[in-house]
Design a protein around this ligand. Structure first.
Ligand code: DGJ
Length: 698
């Protein structure tokens, strides 16, 4: 809900447990008042009356207090907005008005608060919306003047955290095959900057940070911020001199120019969402998950099917008959969606050719994809394909016809990575080509699922002939979003997966138009525990694709693991199978069938339930628990058992303290809020063992 003071200068947004308050001073400064536990409007008004900080030599009276610090005037913190016109640089705004959009059911729940400012014809609107306990912020800039306005930098928001000693910064860092690894370290004075200079979200950092001073998994205050943008981005976390912290973030990796706004043109930043939780890191994650299921992920109430993906089974060496053989085996173990990965189109028999030519390879699929799709459908499964629309191999019909459709700098080398170039999606002709090709593809065969990949970074982001070429960084992402939106609207039955060489494009922006993401190319079930642990800090299991592949792991490390361990590790997300099923023995297939059946039973809990991370993957035993209504399930993975020590006890969370719960696996009945299950998980021993325990309230 949104409360507004009578004088129209203090605004209070509140969710179930938290509040966010801001105030406009007489001097048209927009000041941050509060972000934390829920307060009343009177409290916010009292905060607004607090005396200004005393004069301090060499310090700005505004720094650390403003909602959206602009460049110019007595400000020395990182500006969220840097603007240049033909005459000058910087912003000096005047408050114009505020308005409240429509909320749900006639109230102010979910209503958007818009604060409008003006700087000599440049309209600046700050948007705020409370969804649950998540505050969504973004900014719209509209050039209503006569001249051109260059947005050197336009962040989505600046978040201000209270004065406190000992801030700790948590982040998710990584690289290809090692994404989403969680670290937490003291924040020191100065700035910590994370981001991507690559044109996509990147494997190196998820656009998320969390700050706390003394939180644990289960208790303590946590602030979290996450950006919804799938191109280059930057989040800067600044420890200011007075123990306040400011977090500024938005699209683009530097301040050298984002867009040029001609008269009448506008730019809306991505959403930068933030939350405060006093439920520790676990509570913060559950708030993020609930928010994404309710407001970000399309059709989140619909559970995702168990899929088979052909990549690790057959790589580029595919044919209709061989895929059909895999499909028969996949259907036999209970798979619900069969996805043909790379290699079905153009001259794509390796990564050296064919990207861009989105028609079935005539040698491999002489009658197109429909015969295979029909067979898959006949086996009771849905059918999916892999595409990488934003790319082109120089060895392709598309590139031969349109060598100027790629990003390039005139007179410079066109850098090939994985033998491919990046199409300039900012061009309308490229957008139309991709729309036409993909629309035709989805109309020509019964395709239910598209895995949308992106396998290289921008390197030569030029656009010969375009007066302001650097706009392609932003416009590429806008075009990608528009294409996905258009395809979804035209083909509502088709689900989309975001992939970028594994987890290179995972963020709230892409998640608002895709149904799940490929978490990592690393399918080793042990490595995956840490990757999934990091991923779960912000994103729910409902979008976290995880495959069971062959053992020893062929792709990465040669590690051998049991089918049990591989399944339990992957069942913590959207289960998939990616091994070469034609090589699996009858016993393995029979066991796989049982695991898939078990997954289908617990799927509503995993995909829609509340997550409790019982034990992190750093120790010998790691365990996650999902709770939905009267049921709960624990997935426990034992990395190693040393010195014959018993497997540690695990205390379950999130249960009704007054109820009794019966364990399906052991038949034992447990009472009380604190459920100490002796010997959980039942019978775990040795290295790389795993177990599933289901409990139901009786
Ligand atoms: C990278 C993806 O992450 C893999 O799963 C696979 O689709 C390959 N690309 C195909 O080229």
């Amino acid at each position: 809900m949104v409360d507004i003071a009578e004088n129209g200068r203090t605004w209070l947004l509140s969710g179930p447990t938290s509040s966010y308050a801001l105030h406009l001073s007489e001097a048209h400064e927009l000041l941050h008042l509060h972000w934390g536990p829920r307060i009343a409007l009177a409290d916010a008004e009292a905060l607004a009356r607090s005396p200004l900080p005393a004069y301090r030599p060499f310090e700005s009276p505004l720094d650390g207090r403003e909602e959206y610090p602009v460049e110019g005037g007595p400000r020395f913190v990182r500006p969220a907005l840097c603007v240049r016109t033909d005459e000058r640089r910087g912003t000096e705004w005047r408050f114009v008005s505020y308005e409240l959009g429509a909320g749900t059911e006639g109230g102010t729940d979910g209503a958007e608060l818009r604060l409008r400012f003006d700087d000599d014809g440049l309209a600046i609107t700050l948007h705020y919306r409370m969804r649950g306990d998540v505050v969504e912020r973004r900014v719209t800039l509209e050039n209503g003047g006569r001249g051109r306005v260059e947005l050197l930098r336009a962040d989505a928001a600046t978040w201000t955290l209270p004065d406190r000693d000992g801030w700790q910064l948590s982040q998710l860092h990584g690289r290809w095959a090692a994404e989403s690894l969680l670290t937490r370290a003291p924040l020191t004075h100065g700035e910590k900057v994370i981001g991507s200079r690559r044109g996509h979200t990147g494997h190196q950092h998820l656009p998320w940070v969390a700050l706390d001073t003394d939180a644990t998994e289960e208790r303590g205050e946590v602030y979290g911020c996450a950006l919804g943008w799938s191109g280059s981005w930057r989040i800067a976390v600044a420890q200011l001199p007075d123990a306040r912290v400011q977090i500024t973030g938005g699209a683009g990796h530097d301040d050298s120019g984002l867009l040029l706004l001609g008269p009448g043109e506008s730019y809306t930043t991505p959403v930068f969402a933030g939350l405060w939780s006093d439920g520790g890191f676990g509570g913060a994650s559950r708030t993020w998950h609930a928010y994404q299921r309710a407001h970000v992920i399309p059709d989140a109430e619909r559970d995702r099917p168990v899929l088979f993906n052909s990549w690790e089974a057959t790589f580029f060496d595919i044919s209709e008959e061989q895929q059909a053989a895999l499909a028969r085996r996949a259907a036999g173990i209970g798979v619900e969606l069969f996805v043909v990965d790379d290699g079905w189109f153009g001259a794509r028999t390796s990564d050296r050719a064919g990207l861009g030519d989105w028609t079935p390879n005539p040698d491999r699929f002489p009658h197109g994809l429909k015969p295979l799709a029909d067979q898959v459908r006949g086996l009771g499964m849905r059918f999916g394909i892999w595409v990488e629309p934003e790319m082109v191999n120089p060895d392709s019909d598309l590139y031969r016809a349109h060598p100027d459709w790629v990003q390039y700098q005139p007179g410079r080398r066109r850098t090939e990575l994985r033998n491919q170039l990046v199409l300039n999606l900012a061009r309308e002709d490229v957008q139309e080509y991709l729309w036409e090709r993909l629309d035709t593809l989805l109309s020509g065969a019964p395709i239910d699922y598209v895995k949308w990949d992106f396998n290289r970074c921008f390197t030569d982001a030029g656009w010969p002939g375009e007066p302001y070429p650097q706009r392609l960084w932003v416009d590429h992402v806008r075009a990608l979003y528009a294409l996905l939106d258009r395809l979804r609207a035209a083909h509502p039955r088709v689900a989309f997966e975001s992939c970028s060489g594994g987890g290179g494009r995972i963020d709230l922006g892409v998640l608002s138009r895709t149904d799940q993401v490929w978490t990592s190319d690393n399918t080793d079930p042990l490595d995956r525990l840490a990757i999934q642990h990091g991923f779960s800090q912000i994103h729910p299991a409902r979008v976290m694709a995880a495959w069971v592949t062959d053992s020893p792991n062929t792709q990465l490390n040669g590690r051998a693991s049991s089918l049990r361990f591989r399944f339990v590790s992957a069942m913590a997300g959207v289960l998939g199978v990616g091994g070469d099923l034609t090589e699996w023995t009858e016993e393995e297939l029979a066991e796989a069938r049982e695991w898939v059946a078990l997954y289908k039973e617990i799927r509503p809990l995993v995909q829609r339930g509340e997550l409790y991370r019982l034990r992190p993957p750093t120790g010998g035993l790691s365990a996650v628990q999902y709770v939905l209504g009267a049921e709960t399930v624990v997935l426990a993975c034992l990395r190693t058992q040393s010195y014959g020590e018993p497997v540690p006890r695990v205390r379950l969370r999130g249960l009704d303290p007054t109820a009794s719960y019966e364990c399906r696996e052991t038949g034992e009945v447990h009472r009380g809020a604190v459920l100490l299950h002796h010997g959980l998980p039942t019978g775990l021993r040795g290295d790389l063992d795993a177990a599933v325990l289901r409990l139901c309230r009786i």
